[in-house]
Structures are given as structure tokens and as C-alpha cells.
Design a protein around this ligand. Structure first.
Ligand code: SF4
Length: 376
């Protein structure tokens, strides 16, 4: 989606990030807003997605991932740098967040970094895994904001923090000057090109994402990949197998920190929004069951089949890359991997924290297959 307009909350006009964005987008109309409650509501989600709202961060900067009881969570934390994004994925949960319109960017960077430092100082010696891609795409606006450059500078003095920048774009230019930051993991969401074309409007194509990943790999960054959401559709097996093969034809397994798998799931309220905004989205008419977290999910037997096949194709690479399930229940883990994190083996958080230490030169973390043997 192109950006058509900038709204600026009064009091943030002189923030360095505001000035930088205005310099990068000098042709756009700009309007001041005061107070935020006077924000004119967007006429449509399309308008919401094409308007930047530069505002001050208020609230909780670092939050635990919204994992729910009964599902196994990886224990990462969300670094809240903004919400919404100009990409228009038909399945995006943010479409249902009517109370947070526009693409919000928090421009009070100094205050954000002060809060980050306070948080890090209060967790000495702990591996802190953060992600900025929960409420927005981590890099979609980075060519205008340059936020990743500021973040890398800020993190340089934190030996225990890893920030995962998750994206569906190729906006990596600010990550390339200088040495690769050991505090940064760059991650891409992957889906077969036919899903990208139909359901991820405005995102980079699959091959463009992988080309960007190749550049980051050559630069020396560690990478993450997320097959999430995984869709079940006619021809899904061939499509995902080809996607996995394409991944390994470009990316060396040793450079991959981890890969996650997560089947499509949604809050019931999202269904009518998808039907209305994306009438060609066929996946919403499939069979779903209400799960313990009130989300609609494919039946367990189907999810297990999808995960088992993906895992098998990933293992064809010949290397045992850490693979985990995003928000799945213990029974699915047992069927797919042969073990349940936290039951006779480390928790998923401990496994991923150990993987981070390994990436930073610590001892090797346990492989999925070793965990399976342990739990028998
Ligand atoms: S890239 Fe992420 S935040 Fe942006 S529309 Fe797609 S799912 Fe939503």
C-alpha cells in the first residue's frame, strides 16, 4: 500500500525520527493531531493502511508474547515499536484491531531506549529474546525511519539481548553497513509463491525474500524463517515442499538459527473481515474447530499431518536445524517431535535461549532428535 498522508501528534514534531521521516517523504500532506483522541477515524482499512501516524509511545514497551495457557510458548518478548503496516495480508489479525487505526510509529526513541535499558538492567545474566514483528512488520518502513540503525547502536553494549526482526519485505539496506550485529537476527515469513501472490498483497515475492536473505547471510547475519501461517489447500504438499527446497537451494543450513511452524489460526471476529475485505480468500471456508484459546484452528489431525510433512522436508536438508511449533499444544508436539518441551526435556524457552548462547559461541544446544530420545 502506498503511504498517502502523515499525521503527527502534537509534541512530537521535533523528534529526530519525525524529522527523518518528513525528510524522506517530503511530498506527502502532513496534519497535526491533538490530542490523540481527536484523531479522525479512517474511512476504511485501506485509508488506515496508507496513513502514517507519528506518535509517542505510551504504555508497556516490552510485553511477554501473548501465549495462552494450554499452548507451548517460546517465551520471547515483544518490543513494541509501532503497530500496523503497509503490507496487506488477507489473514492479518491487526485488521480486527479497530481501536488502533493507522500505521503507528513511536518516534520518542530516546524514551523507548531508556525503557529498554531499564528492562535489560533489571534482568542481568538472562538471555533476552525480543521481537518487533508482532504488531507490525519489523522492516517495512525501515528505509524511511532508519530505526534498525539506531537499534543496532543501542544494542551494541548489551551482551545478552537478541532482537529478531521479522519481515515479509526486502528492506535490509540499513542492516548492511558495518559489521553484522550479533544482537540482531533477521527473519522472514515464508509461504509458497501462490499464497504470497494471493494473500500477502504488497509483500515481497518468495524469491525476493530469499534473495534478501542471501545478502544477509553473506554479510554474516544469522537468519530465522517462519512457515507461519501454514495453509491447507489443494496442492499444499507440493507447494510447501518446493518452498523448502528453494530455501535450501539459497540458504546454508548453518546460517539458520531456527525455523518455526504454525498453522493458520484466527479469532472468530476476523472471519467476516476477511470475507468482506478479501472475497477471494478461499481458505476461510475450510473446516476449523474452536480451540482452547478461542481461536479457530484446523482439526488436530490435519495440523499434525502438515507439521510432520514440513518437518520431514526440512530434515531432507541433511542438517538438523532447530525447528519449533508456534503456539501448539503438548499433544501436537508429542505427535510431531516425539517429545513435549518442559516434560523430561528443557522448556521451549530454555531450548531457544540455549540456541542463542550457541550462536554466540557457547556450547551446542540439544538437537530435536536428541530430545526425542531423552524423553523416551
Ligand atoms: S506483514 Fe504482518 S503486520 Fe503486516 S499485514 Fe502482513 S501479517 Fe499484518
Amino acid at each position: 500500500m502506498p503511504i498517502n498522508k502523515i499525521l503527527i501528534e502534537k509534541g512530537t514534531e521535533d523528534a529526530p525520527l519525525t524529522r527523518r521521516i518528513l525528510e524522506a517523504l517530503p511530498h506527502l500532506p502532513v496534519a497535526g493531531v491533538e490530542p490523540e483522541s481527536a484523531l479522525p477515524p479512517p474511512e476504511s482499512l485501506a485509508e488506515s493502511k496508507s496513513t502514517l501516524f507519528l506518535t509517542r509511545f505510551k504504555g508497556e514497551l516490552i510485553k511477554p508474547c501473548p501465549g495462552t495457557k494450554d499452548y507451548i510458548c517460546c517465551g520471547y518478548r515483544i518490543l513494541h515499536i509501532g503497530s500496523n503496516c503497509p503490507v496487506d495480508c488477507s489473514y492479518c489479525i491487526l485488521q480486527a484491531y479497530f481501536n488502533q487505526p493507522f500505521i503507528r510509529l513511536f518516534v520518542n526513541t530516546e524514551e523507548i531506549f531508556f525503557k529498554l535499558k531499564t528492562f535489560v538492567d533489571s534482568h542481568p545474566g538472562e538471555i533476552i529474546r525480543l521481537g518487533t514483528g508482532e504488531f507490525t512488520d519489523s522492516l517495512a518502513l525501515d528505509h524511511w525511519t532508519g530505526f534498525s540503525t539506531l537499534l543496532i547502536q543501542e544494542l551494541a553494549s548489551y551482551p545478552n539481548v537478541l532482537v529478531e526482526l521479522k519481515t515479509k519485505t526486502t528492506v535490509i539496506q540499513n542492516l548492511l553497513p558495518g559489521a553484522p550485529s550479533k544482537n540482531i537476527l533477521i527473519a522472514w515469513s515464508l509461504n509458497p509463491q501462490e499464497i504470497v501472490r494471493k494473500e500477502e498483497r504488497g509483500a515481497a515475492s518468495l524469491s525476493e525474500r530469499l534473495e534478501a536473505a542471501v545478502i544477509c547471510q553473506e554479510k554474516g547475519y544469522r537468519l530465522g524463517f517462519h512457515f507461519d501461517p501454514l495453509f491447507f489447500f489443494q496442492g499444499w504438499e507440493e507447494a510447501y515442499q518446493q518452498t523448502v527446497r528453494l530455501l535450501f537451494s539459497k540458504i546454508s543450513a548453518e546460517k539458520i538459527a531456527w525455523i518455526s511452524l504454525g498453522c493458520f489460526r484466527f479469532m472468530p471476529a476476523l472471519k467476516s473481515i476477511i470475507q468482506h475485505r478479501h472475497p477471494k480468500a478461499e481458505y476461510i471456508y475450510q473446516e476449523f474447530i474452536p480451540a482452547l484459546d478461542n481461536k479457530m484452528r484446523y482439526p488436530q489431525i490435519k495440523r499434525v499431518e502438515i507439521y510432520q510433512k514440513l518437518l520431514g522436508w526440512l530434515r531432507e536438508s541433511g542438517k538438523e536445524i532447530p525447528v519449533y511449533l508456534c503456539m501448539e499444544n503438548p499433544s501436537v508436539w508429542k505427535k510431531v517431535f516425539g517429545f513435549i518441551p518442559g516434560v523430561e526435556v528443557p522448556t521451549l524457552k530454555e531450548m531457544l535461549d540455549q540456541r542463542v548462547k550457541e550462536l554466540w559461541g557457547g556450547k551446542a544446544s540439544l538437537k530435536n532428535s536428541e530430545l526425542e530420545v531423552r524423553s523416551k
